[in-house]
Design a protein around this ligand. Sequence first.
Ligand code: SF4
Length: 194
Amino acid sequence: MGLVSPEILENIAKVALKYNIPLLKITSAQRLSLVGHNPDDIPAIWHDLGHDHLPHGPAGIHYIQACPGLKYCRYGRQDSLHLGERLEEELMDLKLPAKTKIGVSGCSMNCCEGFVRDLGIFAKKKGWTLVFGGNGGGRPRIGDIIGKDLDDNQVIALARKCLEQYRKLARPKERSARLMERTKLEDFKRAVAG
Ligand code: SF4
């Protein structure tokens, strides 16, 4: 979610110097890319960054973006950082047919671009709206609104059901946008309701 402490940044800088990494790139997904590393160093780099295991492959949740939200943005209606953390705890290990991007925004200005994420969540005064099946890539698609006015627990439960339904219906490596193009929205909504 783009959150780092001074200690984490200091460690990343140490690792970059140790392994002769010439450039660090802040990506559009709020991540930090170590550019120009030696591929043979990856396990050691990952270890020095404080992780025991290499990250899983692309078939699963690729990232969860969250905006500053209620705590740090004057437009924030809900706590998007807190919800992002909870989604990370509860959904990050799900195995899915293809890479899946999640964006959580604290108001309807939707700075994390929920309509073009596989799973987008944004806040309004009455609660969270959940959007599914968006894509911003070479074949863009605006996601479909699946639920509105949800509290934190409700939106997490609905997010899980959408992802489980995606896992059940999608072909291998099929992105959620392509699945939703060939699925009747009402059928999908019925399957994840309740
Ligand atoms: S989506 Fe809203 S709350 Fe989040 S950063 Fe943008 S304006 Fe602020």
